[in-house]
Design a protein around this ligand. Sequence first.
Ligand code: HEM
Length: 469
Amino acid sequence: MSAWTPSSGLRNVPKALVLPLIGDSARLFHDGPRLARERFGKLGPVWQTWVLGQKTIVVGRADMIKWCLNREHDLLEANWPTSTKVLLGRHGVSVVEGARHLQLRKILRPAFTVAAVNDLVPRMAAIAHRCCDKWAAEGRGKGQTLAKDYTFSIALMMILGFDKTLLTTETIQSCIDAFRLWNEGLFSFPINLPGTAFHKALEGKKVLMDYLGQNLRLLREKKRMGEGASEKGEQVSCAEGLLDVQDDEGHGLSEEELKDVFLTLLFAGHDTSASATMRLFSELPRHPHVWKKLIAEQQQVAAEHGPAIDGAAVKAMTYMDAVVKEILRLHPIVGATFRRALHDFDLFGYHVPKGRSILLNLGYAMESDKRWAGEAGEHAPRSFCPERWLDESGQKTGGWVPFGGGPRMCLGYLLATAELKVLLAVLARGYEWRPLDINEEFSFFPVGGVPVNGLPMEFDKLSELRTEK
Ligand code: HEM
């Protein structure tokens, strides 16, 4: 850390020519990647604009971003727009700061370890089979609905441990509708007047909180009756595990804290994975050779590990791993993350003043990854090329940051990648899909990728599994 004086030799951050207060808010959320390319090309790796009414420094170089992410709690703190903070709730892990954040991460971590995620894989595979069979029986559907069906089911059952009595079609649909409203207001101007996105989002939040509260009561009741998953020796959901945890001083989480934590997990844990799933649904049909290779790998994995998909089988899926890495590189789900400077500091020669909002542009960092910058053809940064991860350059350290980094790195990254791999494995073993418009565009808001028409597609189940020979 270094205090800035006009004589300290630090450069001021170049400013984009924009209207004060209004600045780049609209373009950033709706045309972020193009805006980033233009500005970083013109102004260099760091520049200043206005976002949602705040002066904001935008950072796009991977080494600078990683440095910032690792200075969390020391030089920087999370800085969500007011709308996001209100809608997430003040106890959510994304919002809490300092020692409380570290404590909460410690409490949540056991639910997201390699072992915990591996244990969940067979249940994930069962959910994937159930969803795929349903889609195949319908024959046609929207990719967006299918992707959410899968990731929402996983979030409700495995993360939030939703009780069976709550898992009716009606509840799920009402949760999905409320969640959509809530999500659309996350990055809005915090004006609570009827008709505004923020107002609708608060209404959506009420519905979600009500379901989370009901589930919490049912979970507690089951535990009291000795019928919780842990009492029955069954796999414990993340939510049920949280009922008993205590911090170092022996304090558990209050009802309000638990609900905020559950809401954050629902937010962080399903739209993100759904968005990546939609990108896969859209990208793979444009690259049939990749799909063929995925099928061949599944045949090999099934021959070696048997027909069931478990943690060991997922670990053996090397090409699958490259496909998932590539989709998250090319189509960043969380394009950027907000921070605030706790002190004046020196960012690689630029002066960052105390209190300034900072936007770390994860998407641009991946697009300009030095390993492939300047490459043409299939290895060009904007091409979909899973093979790049299997080459020598793919093994080197670079700017791949889809899950952020440092103390706030995505808690669910193992779960998210397992979800994507399991669904693709199930599809590659026995199903086929065809988007009706293979070039359908995606919007970038609110999370990483939403096909503008919902990605209509046809869906079939094969009469014989590709792994049965
Ligand atoms: C493809 C899917 C996903 C992507 C791309 C993704 C990406 C990210 C990123 C970039 C962050 C860091 C934000 C920051 O630095 O401010 C983050 C945080 C977080 N993610 Fe994920 N995520 C995904 C799925 C999940 C899943 C499945 C869960 C589990 C429920 C999850 C739980 C979280 C939580 C709790 C945080 C907050 C961590 C903190 O502030 O300490 N994410 N995620």
